[in-house]
Unconditional design. Sequence first.
Length: 387
Amino acid sequence: MYSFKAFLPTKLIFGVKALQKLPKEAKKLGTKAMIVTGRHSTKKSGLLDRVLSLLKSAGISTVVYDKITPNPTTTQVDEAAEIAKEEGVQFVIGLGGGSPIDSAKCIAIASLNEGGIWNYVKVGGGKKPKSALPIIAIPTTHGTGTEADPFAVITNPETKTKVGIGYNAIFPAVSLIDPELMLTLPKNQTAYTSMDAFYHSIEAFLNKNANPYSDLLAIDSMKRIISNLPLAYKDGLDIKARTELTWANTEAGITETITGVIANHAIEHGISGYYPNIAHGLGLCVTGPYLFEHIFNQIFERLAQVGREVFGIYENNDKRAARMMIEKLRDFQDRFGLNKKLSALGVEKETLKKMANTSYEAMYGVIETTPGDLKKEDLLEILERAF
Ligand SMILES: [Fe+2]
């Protein structure tokens, strides 16, 4: 049996040219905005200039914070929040991939609440924020699903802890999801971000709290990713394939909101907390199949269903179908060079235990919803096999 709650207050504006709706939507939120973005790509592509001129046309003045790196840190968030306070910013625009958008969400909290963002992380200060500035999300990658969820991922550079926070106050007020903005995504990012979305969906599907609402979106998004990632990888300018991957990612974000991910995301946060240069989507592909094998007896019926519905496997026996599914997933990942070993990615054997511990403690919420009652030792075993 199942029970669930679905609260999705974000206005999603989806489709080619969705960005053009920015002036109209921004005007509703105030007259002064902070744009949060990375150091390079939105400048190089001219997108930042386009956004600035759209806002100017609506009479909105702007402050740009452009120091966000992949795996953004609490230091960056706190610095930007100080500027937002000084400048009297009324809303925050996250422009770019998951990192700038998640940072915008954290800045929205830190601007209205005292003591820095770490205060509002469970394993940090453990406080609940009272409110947050309104957020507009403009994604330029089809991974993370952050445009449709109340989550943000942030790293404390001192403790190397990479954690997720989730508050209703940081659902974006509006997300402008424009597949045209994904056309410049390089090949490796195309694969990493699509697989991040794939793992949001499959992990939600395997979650103890899975339900028909999120199952529907999870299966649909996995199908779209399996058939369109090869096309967008081959030709990045294929707008039809980009549109499918972009929607698949938003769907995956909704499944994550309704049901949530499982231990593969906890394990990956452990990895990229210690090794920030390992892309999130790549880390998920490295450990995912090992997790599925580790908890096989608890999930084989669900895996068999994914095998039949997503990978087109014809096999009546559930255990056999589930094994075939894991192999098909590995073959698929292999086409994009995603079946690496952790050792080949520069991970040192001595850190595996620390990573298992941090994953378990910082991300216990998603360990708990993973079938198989996982302990720290299980996470370590999975990491060792992936090593
Ligand atoms: Fe993710």
